[in-house]
Design a protein around this ligand. Structure first.
Ligand SMILES: [Zn+2]
Length: 442
């Protein structure tokens, strides 16, 4: 059992003194913040709930038991809006043969066909959830590979896990399949049934520049409108500027006057467009109300890889330009120890640290913490998650780091995670627990 550095008072009600929190994530009137956008606060916890948030040093709190955080950064528990729990941790039995995108696609397809029984999927998803929970994640959206027999295997397992994890991690799932499959009515029937029976009013697909793209998008938007679904797409995960399915999604959203939420993931090729094309596409994305999530670690791993050649491109989308245009932007974990990304642990502190380095989020706005907290919570329709507010749960990540340079320089392995005001066990599951699933078949 490890609960991190902080000695939380045993009583149900206590004060966290001198916590530094990103002002963009705190709902407490106008707060003075420092050059890192951090505000020095006293947070009053009352029986698992945040009673109030006050500027540090407010008198009249002297009687309550207290922990002085000495200026350490406190975050709300975080929100991972793009993951693949069902693919996680298959690397030992199915590594990516060459680190390429096509290598990932074919390796996962072969592994899914051979090994993804309900028991296999459940054990790996649960392992990922335990990692995410220990790191301080409050909510996860996962994509679920949804083709053929896998639909009937993965979705019931997902629904069971969502129920078992309620109160610890809020789960959402979006179906994942190539957009070419939309033209098969039997497939769309099976997908719609899975989403309405086991899902979360969320439909999705991977968009490619196939001839049937616009017709397929029309079907997806019509289905979403008919059933009241939100949409989540994997978009243009490629280095080819001709990959512009993002623009087609925006056109379809405007054509159908879509009122639900739309999230577009990856959008790598947007950053390789000519400036006038990039500006036109971003303006349409803004007008269509599409939010964008970048997956910096996975993009850095897969994109611009050629044997014997040093990569020249970081693989990420034009996130600063999207944000400047008013598009809601976020970053997320994506894959963990599978052929799409060999590493990763569903740790959003790592995602923000690596995202800051890869996307150069520093030396720009001071509100990038929203990208792993309040913004994805809005996309997931989880009001109150990913922010700190009186009346909300006392769900926090506490660290010793007093500014972003201290925060990003170290992995914050000694952080304390509070759920309903109590420090949780931060022990991570041992990979050996999955060894029995890793003997490779087929
Ligand atoms: Zn993905």
């Amino acid at each position: 059992m490890t609960t991190g550095f902080a000695a939380i008072p045993a009583s149900g009600s206590y004060v966290l003194r001198n916590a530094r929190a990103p002002a963009c994530l705190v709902e407490a009137g106008s707060l003075a913040s420092d050059r890192d956008g951090l505000a020095l606060l006293d947070i009053i916890v009352e029986d698992g709930v945040i009673g109030s948030i006050l500027p540090a040093g407010t008198p009249a709190l002297d009687a309550a038991p207290a922990l002085d955080l000495d200026g350490g950064i406190a975050l709300p528990r975080l929100v991972d809006v793009h993951t693949h729990l069902d693919k996680g941790h298959i690397w030992p039995r199915r590594p990516n043969p060459d680190g390429s995108f096509m290598g990932a696609l074919s390796a996962v397809a072969a592994d899914r066909e051979a090994n993804w029984s309900a028991g296999d999927v459940r054990a790996r998803m649960e392992f990922g959830l335990r990692c995410a929970y220990a790191h301080g994640t409050a909510a996860i959206r996962t994509h679920l590979d949804s083709l053929g027999k896998q639909i009937e295997i993965s979705w019931p397992v997902y629904a069971e896990l969502r129920a078992e994890w309620a109160g610890r991690i809020a789960l959402q799932a979006s179906p994942l399949f190539g957009v070419d499959a939309v033209t098969d009515p039997a497939h769309m029937q099976a997908i719609t049934r899975a989403v309405t029976t086991y899902g979360d009013n969320l439909l999705g697909a991977v968009t490619y520049m196939v001839p049937e793209l616009d017709a397929a998008l029309d079907t997806l938007f019509r289905t979403a409108i008919e059933h009241g679904f939100d949409l989540d797409f994997h978009v243009d995960e490629a280095n080819d500027p001709a990959a512009r399915s993002l623009e087609h999604i925006a056109d379809a959203a405007l054509r159908h006057r879509f009122q639900g939420k739309i999230l577009a993931g990856h959008c790598c090729s947007l950053s390789l467009q000519a400036p006038q094309d990039e500006a036109r596409i971003i303006a349409k994305v803004r007008e269509a109300g599409i939010a964008v999530v970048s997956l910096p670690m996975c993009n850095m791993y897969l994109q611009d890889r050629q044997r014997g050649r040093t990569p020249r491109w970081r693989g990420v989308t034009a996130l600063h330009e999207l944000k400047a245009a008013g598009v809601p932007v976020m970053i997320a974990s994506d894959n963990t120890r599978d052929p799409f990304y060999a590493y990763g642990d569903l740790d959003l502190v790592e995602t923000l640290r690596e995202g800051t380095r890869i996307l150069q989020l520093d030396h720009s706005d001071r509100d990038w913490a929203k990208a792993i907290a309040a913004t994805p919570a809005e996309v997931m329709r989880l009001p109150g998650t990913g922010r700190l507010a009186a009346g909300g749960p006392a769900d926090l990540i506490l660290t010793r780091a007093r500014d972003w340079t201290e925060f990003f320089a170290r992995p914050q392995a000694d952080r304390t995670v509070l759920v309903n005001g109590r420090a949780i066990d931060r022990s991570l599951p041992d990979y050996r627990e999955l060894d029995h699933l890793m003997s490779r078949s087929a």
